[in-house]
Design a protein around this ligand. Structure first.
Ligand code: BYC
Length: 471
């Protein structure tokens, strides 16, 4: 592995300079990426932003911080350091050396997984492009842009794999990743949640909590892949991903904290009257983002996922810590099911139930967020609580796609759903109210009235640091 070369057009630690063809191919994709960034990326004009740039992958520091014009951000290609003699940990090829090249028999499946992963990265940048116009503080604005540039780098990560390992088809897929757009009628993004709008900061914080967390779990399974370049790419992406989830977790913390403050100070549930976001509205946005993120795990049973696992393409969360044979051919798993119109569970072969296995890990993690937000409410002396809705609520993929259920898991007729869903999902009135709160605050050290300031700034800087210079 070479150390990253910043004299290169494309910073990388994959010795790109030694492979002229690949370098030329990526350098010809680069202007298309920049055009996409200019036309579909952040709309707020800035001079520069205090950003973290990945510069290396080693233990003694991998990132450097500084003010940079966003267009000049160095989107690089970084793979985690190789583990010598890495072996495949699961599936039919368990124990064999990890693959440095794509085996012909798995080419189509691997390409598909990489394309789906790659498609989500630019999609989220598109979804968030207008949020700068309503940033609640310069600190939050900077975090938004940090997330955006790193999602851009994650796109680079997948495009590198497509160019380096999938020939002409890979290059075509890389172009398509720039042509599909979030919410487009003709060429939408592949997965449902990435065609939804992120029109306000409440949605942004929920998205970075719930949807980025799907990213964490999917990347965690791809990190187990027998295809070593994919594994190493995902391992490094997970490092950056941690900050994105931090933005979501602490963003919701700070919203709940501010709402609780206002409720206590004015001894009222009507936080809206005092410029904060009422807890029932926060709950509705939580319900929405959680349920669309559950859909991102695919069906409860899936032959795709069974094939991916057996082939060694996609493992389980923490595969190597699991105490079983890593083959799963004789095992079963209980999965959610709808049987005779009732929500229940049924046993299926463990291999076909792997989406359920991953979704369960994810749900347990999401419960952690709800616990911490409820601790904030409890600490403020309030009896109110937030909750995750039932997995059957508002689902468009999997066993519950065909029914309507309440957040407590009660099955509803279409008429009941029609009558009651405005209690559980954001209505146009809620959205209009949230938009009315979204006024930009661009003065150093100031923050919008609906949000508490963060405990700490970024990289040891204070909250009132000049994180962004507007144009
Ligand atoms: N929307 O067999 P099934 C991230 C399709 S997020 C639309 O149950 P499978 C990030 C499915 O493709 C992580 N379609 O699905 C976060 C299949 O189509 P075909 C992204 C959907 O294959 C924030 C059919 O329905 N990475 O990184 O077992 C910001 C039957 O489904 C959806 C990945 O997802 C949906 N929600 O599992 C930035 C990892 N769900 O085959 C970034 C790669 C399913 O009939 N992807 N379908 O044409 C995968 O591992 C799998 O493709 C999925 C689906 C888990 C997505």
């Amino acid at each position: 592995m070479s150390s990253p070369d910043y004299a290169e057009k494309i910073p990388n630690n994959v010795a790109l300079a030694d492979d002229r063809r690949l370098q030329r191919a990526l350098e010809s994709w680069q202007p298309n990426f920049l055009t996409w960034w200019e036309t579909m990326g952040p709309t707020l004009p800035t001079q520069d932003v205090y950003l973290r740039t990945a510069v290396n992958v080693g233990r003694d520091g991998w990132a450097r911080f500084g003010h940079v014009p966003m267009r000049d951000y160095r989107w690089g290609i970084f793979l985690a350091e190789p583990s010598p003699d890495r072996r495949i940990a699961f599936g039919a090829h368990q124990g064999e050396p990890a693959w440095q090249q794509v085996p012909g028999e798995y080419r189509a499946e691997l390409r598909r997984l990489i394309v789906i992963q790659g498609d989500t990265e630019p999609a989220s940048v598109e979804q968030q492009r207008n949020l700068g116009a309503t940033a609640p503080s310069l600190y939050d604005l900077r975090n938004l842009f940090q997330v955006n540039v790193e999602e851009g780098r994650h796109l680079w990560a997948m495009v590198y794999l497509l160019h380096a390992h999938f020939g002409r088809e890979g290059r075509e897929e890389a172009e398509e990743l720039l042509h599909r757009n979030s919410g487009s009628a003709d060429a939408p993004r592949i997965l449902g949640a990435f065609n939804e709008e992120t029109p306000d900061w409440l949605s942004f914080f929920m998205f970075t909590y719930f949807t980025d967390r799907d990213g964490k779990y999917q990347l965690g399974t791809l990190k187990e892949s027998a295809f070593d370049p994919l594994s190493r790419t995902c391992e490094f992406m997970l490092k950056e991903e941690a900050h994105h989830m931090f933005v979501g977790t602490t963003g919701v913390d700070r919203m709940v904290e501010r709402t609780a403050q206002v409720m206590v100070e004015h001894d009222t549930d009507d936080a809206a009257a005092h410029g904060a976001i009422p807890l029932p509205v926060i709950q509705k946005y939580l319900n929405f983002h959680y349920s669309v993120s559950l859909d991102l795990f695919g069906g409860e049973t899936s032959t795709n996922v069974a094939n991916y696992y057996t082939a060694g393409l996609k493992g389980r969360w923490m595969e190597e810590r699991r105490k079983d044979d890593h083959q799963l051919t004789d095992d079963g798993i209980l999965v959610d099911a709808l049987i005779d119109g009732q929500i229940t569970r049924t046993e299926v072969p463990a291999l076909t139930g792997l989406n359920t296995d991953l979704r369960r890990e994810y749900i347990a993690d999401c419960e952690g967020g709800v616990k911490r937000w409820n601790r904030i409410l409890d600490g403020a002396g309030l009896p109110h609580r937030l909750a995750l809705p039932h997995p059957a609520f508002n689902r468009k993929v999997g066993a519950f796609a065909g029914i309507e259920a309440s957040p407590t898991g009660e099955i509803l007729t279409p008429a009941e759903w029609h009558e009651r869903n405005s209690q559980w999902l954001p209505t146009s009135t809620d959205k209009t109210f949230i938009r009315s709160l979204m006024r930009p605050v661009y003065q150093r050290g100031k923050i919008a009235a609906w949000l508490a300031p963060p405990r700490n700034g970024i990289n040891g800087q204070p909250f009132d640091y000049d994180y962004v210079h507007l144009a």
